[in-house]
Design a protein around this ligand. Structure first.
Ligand SMILES: C[S@@+](CC[C@H](N)C(=O)[O-])C[C@H]1O[C@@H](n2cnc3c(N)ncnc32)[C@H](O)[C@@H]1O
Length: 307
């Protein structure tokens, strides 16, 4: 990337560093246990199978303290969760139902819940910066993701978008430049969705600007510094009626992409950003919250027209 105006504001100087992005939900992990170690992958319920099942070793759970602070912990026999209120043995949770409250040995009670996808994305171990839940939902709609959709995703980074596409039922082909990010994304996908999800997740370590080695795709979804370099490749790889969606942190990138789409076989192009403002609702005190994440990125979408 040559133009600093196209710099991804989500990137820290070292993409391997934890994110600097303000995240109102994010809390420090007092245990240092966010890095998963080798452990059994949790079994995921089959579609239609009851999800009311005991917590199992290998599963990620959220421990939520009295102040609403959330800690992501992967349950392991013999392991302990430590905080300033003392410790909780993971064995006290394994085999118990979701929704219980447990006391730490000194003081303090923690509510135990499985994380939602949005909660997991905000707390999971990251290589590259993730797309936030407020944009992940709209991407599913703009790209019109459906069960069985053949999707090319690039780059895959930490896998937040991948797990969103996979959970919506897509068959995801991921192109990622960096082997360490590819490995991290696969770990995150398996950790949240189970090993079975990897059957639908085909990651290649390759440069998406060099081309797309697939045809008849339903969707191309991009989170890359220079998505305009992929437009010609997407024209050849998508079926007529297929959809391209690109997330770009800067409007300069979105504008450059729109210029490239203008001279291509794509039509019905659009660009938008999603603003999310939370409210303080307490008795008569009802007003917007003072702080919000004011900007994340722009979503550009277009449809491949028939020849
Ligand atoms: C911001 S991250 C993607 C984050 C991802 N969307 C998520 O939600 O976790 C951008 C990724 O694109 C990858 N990348 C950059 N240029 C690429 C290229 N030409 N081909 C493939 N991957 C590329 C980077 O290595 C990085 O992992």
């Amino acid at each position: 990337m040559t133009d600093t105006a196209q710099q991804d504001p989500r990137e820290t100087s070292d993409p391997g560093e934890p994110t600097e992005q303000p995240d109102p939900n994010e809390q420090p992990d007092p245990t240092g246990q966010l890095e998963p170690t080798e452990q059994p992958e949790p079994e995921q319920p089959e579609p239609g199978e009851a999800t009311e099942r005991p917590l199992r070793a290998g599963e990620a759970v959220l421990l939520i303290d009295g102040k609403g602070r959330r800690y992501l912990v992967t349950l392991q026999p013999g392991a302990e969760f430590h905080s300033h209120t003392g410790f909780i043995r993971h064995e006290e949770l394994i085999g118990r139902p979701e929704g219980i409250s447990v006391r730490a040995n000194r003081s303090g009670t923690f509510l135990v819940l499985r994380p939602t996808l949005a909660e997991y994305v905000l707390k999971m171990p990251r290589g590259a910066q993730v797309i936030y839940p407020k944009d992940l939902g709209p991407i599913l709609m703009l790209a019109d993701i459906f069960p069985g959709a053949r999707v090319l995703e690039s780059g895959i980074g930490s896998g937040a978008l991948s797990m969103t596409l996979l959970r919506a039922g897509a068959e995801v082909h991921g192109y990622e430049l960096r082997p360490d990010f590819a490995a991290r994304a696969r770990k995150n996908v398996a950790s949240f969705l189970g090993d079975g999800a990897l059957d639908h997740y085909h990651v290649s370590e390759r440069d998406c600007y060099d081309g797309i080695d697939l045809t008849g795709l339903d969707r191309v979804v991009l989170d890359l510094p220079e998505p305009w370099q992929v437009v010609r490749h997407a024209e050849a790889a998508l079926r007529p009626g297929g959809i391209l969606v690109a997330y770009t942190p800067s409007i300069i990138q979105a504008s450059r992409l729109r210029d490239e789409l203008e001279g291509s076989a794509f039509g019905f192009a659009g660009t938008l950003e999603v603003l999310q403002r939370t409210w303080h609702v307490e008795g008569q005190a009802v007003r917007p919250d003072h702080r919000m994440v004011a900007h994340t990125g722009f979503l550009t979408h277009a449809r491949l027209l028939g020849s």
